[in-house]
Design a protein around this ligand. Structure first.
Ligand SMILES: Cc1ncc(COP(=O)(O)O)c(C=O)c1O
Length: 387
């Protein structure tokens, strides 16, 4: 017999609370200062933000703020309908074409978020006749899509070409799915090796490029399509705005237009958002110095951590996790950092595997060297507290 819903909710929340897994929101104040996204206010205190995916500081970029204002004047603030009714405009088409130019894919399809792009792609493309393999650490949206699709799926060991190859031996596998930069570990997939393996086995390579697009070298070289059959890019990370696109062949995109329920039965991304994302893509291409500033900040952070013996994972990206393991300890270190004015995400299961709770520190081109030094000092003190 099912429990009354009030009882079910209370019991469930109580259990999460006891395990240190309750999730909470914080209403932050980020006002535009022209200085990037490196700080915000919360309950009257200023914090350095080491917990954002806005790797290039574009969410506060004056040119992009002006581009959004201009796009809202031109198109209004909403699309008014789903894309197949009257919600698709020249602004969407222009963004899709630009993404194709930059990546070499034939066609593109826009969504309001990366989560819906991933689930739409996967649950529409696969069914119970198909077998798919995916990296052990792929994003929740990919897992949800695979579950909804009914496809058989196996997970290979994280970033292991050998493990993936074993799963491909002797059976027909429709696709190998991975991420370019892993959202919680910050390491990069061996995409060239996966591409070669997939070619050998006649398997599609599908890459969630949420944390790579805009920051990884070659993102705009027009050749991504030679490395990946399908690429999902998001606009809410390095591009600093919102939305996502699936990139692939004409045939794939036409198939999704006719069959993807998330696309067909949902209000289209607004034209103003599409125009903003296009401006952000162009800004990103035109300003390689932002990537250079981010690379300098990553290097500085890693060097200072090395000097203070803070153990890091093997990540060269803007995502630099510090694994603590225990949930309560992770929360307590994050709280100590907060007391020092540093905001860092405490990431717990089920977002990461049990026993690997961590601080997920993210760097931005907008951080100043002194911000990074302060973060590392506070981190060293918080980690070694009580020793
Ligand atoms: C790897 C990965 N894919 C997809 C998404 C979803 O993208 P969005 O935030 O645009 O929904 C995220 C966001 O957390 C992500 O980390």
């Amino acid at each position: 017999m099912s429990l009354p819903l009030e009882t079910k909710i209370a019991t469930w929340q109580q259990a999460l609370c006891e395990q240190g897994l309750l999730r909470q929101r914080h209403a932050l104040i980020t006002s535009h200062t022209g200085a990037g996204n490196a700080q915000f206010l919360y309950e009257g205190q200023t914090y350095l933000n080491f917990s954002s995916n806005d790797y290039l500081g574009l969410s506060q970029c004056p040119q992009l703020i002006a581009a959004l204002q201009c796009a809202a004047q031109q198109y209004g603030v909403g699309s008014g309908a789903s894309p197949l009714v009257t919600g698709y405009s020249e602004a969407h088409l222009a963004l899709e074409r630009r993404l194709c130019e930059l990546t070499g894919h034939q066609a593109s399809l826009l969504f309001g978020s990366g989560f819906s792009a991933n689930t739409a792609l996967i649950k529409t493309l696969f069914d119970k006749q198909d077998r798919v393999i995916a990296d052990k650490l792929v994003h929740a949206s990919i897992i949800d899509g695979l579950r909804d699709s009914g496809a058989g799926f196996n997970r290979f060991l994280h970033n292991s070409v050998e493990s993936a190859e074993r799963l491909l031996q002797g059976r027909q596998v429709a696709a190998l799915i991975t991420e370019s930069v892993f959202s919680m570990d910050g390491d990069c997939a061996p995409l060239a090796a996966f591409a070669a393996l997939c070619r050998q086995h006649g398997t599609w390579l599908i890459v969630d490029d949420a944390h790579g697009f805009g920051v990884l070298p070659g993102f705009d070289d027009g050749r991504a399509a030679t490395r990946m059959d399908v690429q999902i890019v998001t606009f809410g990370k390095a591009l600093g705005c919102q939305g996502a696109a699936i990139l692939g062949s004409h045939a794939l995109i036409a198939f999704l237009v006719s069959n993807a329920r998330e696309y067909i039965y949902s209000t289209a991304l607004s034209s103003a958002s599409a125009a903003l994302a296009l401006a952000a893509v162009d800004h990103c291409v035109a300003h390689p110095e932002l990537r250079a500033a981010l690379a300098d900040n990553i290097e500085l952070f890693k060097r200072l951590c090395d000097e203070t013996q803070i153990p890091l994972l093997d990540s060269t990206s803007a995502i630099q996790p510090v694994i603590i393991g225990d949930i309560a300890q992770t929360l307590s270190v994050a709280a100590r950092l907060r007391a020092a004015g540093i905001w860092v995400g405490a990431i717990r299961p089920p977002t990461v595997p049990v026993g690997s709770a961590r601080l997920r520190i993210t760097l931005s081109a907008a951080h100043r060297p002194e911000d990074i030094a302060h973060c590392v000092n506070a981190l060293a003190q918080a980690l070694h507290f009580g020793e």
